[in-house]
Design a protein around this ligand. Structure first.
Ligand code: CO
Length: 159
């Protein structure tokens, strides 16, 4: 079940569980129930770079319920998750230097937050992107659609 939460000034949350970028920056939350608070994130094609802040709203420490936020083409997700598992906890369950990873945050535990900023030059309008958590077992539940430049969405964030 989706809970509606206020997450600050850099993102707008709709009841449908989506986050829309404002000034090319957005915040997404993760919790102790192994969930993100949105299923979709959308960024206007006009953004030259994107800032994503991951906030862990839970209480469990990172080694128990650590989360990250990783962006990749949807077709690369399972490969990255498997490579991340092989990389292990010392590397935040992320394969080092993996070119399939478009952006990735650090791993955070309850009460912590982390931010990643990345250029949109690697993104292609209309391509299928997915954001997900690489902690083993999490990506089944912790994943969502990432939209770059969908005109319908862009119209909603122009203010
Ligand atoms: Co996770």
């Amino acid at each position: 079940m989706m809970r509606l939460q206020l997450i600050g000034t850099t993102a707008s949350l709709l009841a449908g569980g989506s986050a829309y970028a404002d000034n090319c920056a957005m915040t997404i939350e993760a919790n102790d129930m192994m969930r993100y608070n949105v299923r979709e994130m959308s960024v206007p094609a006009g953004c030259s770079d994107i800032t994503v802040t991951l906030k862990h709203s839970g209480k469990l420490e990172a080694k128990v319920m650590g989360h990250d936020w990783v962006l990749a083409r949807t077709s690369d997700v399972s490969g990255i998750v498997n490579a991340g598992m092989a990389a292990g906890p010392a590397h935040g369950y992320l394969p080092a230097g993996d070119k399939r990873i478009i952006a990735a945050t650090n791993v955070v535990g309850g009460g912590e937050s982390t931010t990643v900023r990345f250029a949109t030059t690697a993104l292609e309008e209309g391509a299928s992107y997915t954001f997900f958590c690489t902690t083993p077992g999490h990506a089944t539940l912790m994943r969502g659609r990432f939209v770059f430049g969908d005109p319908k969405r862009v119209a909603r964030v122009d203010k």
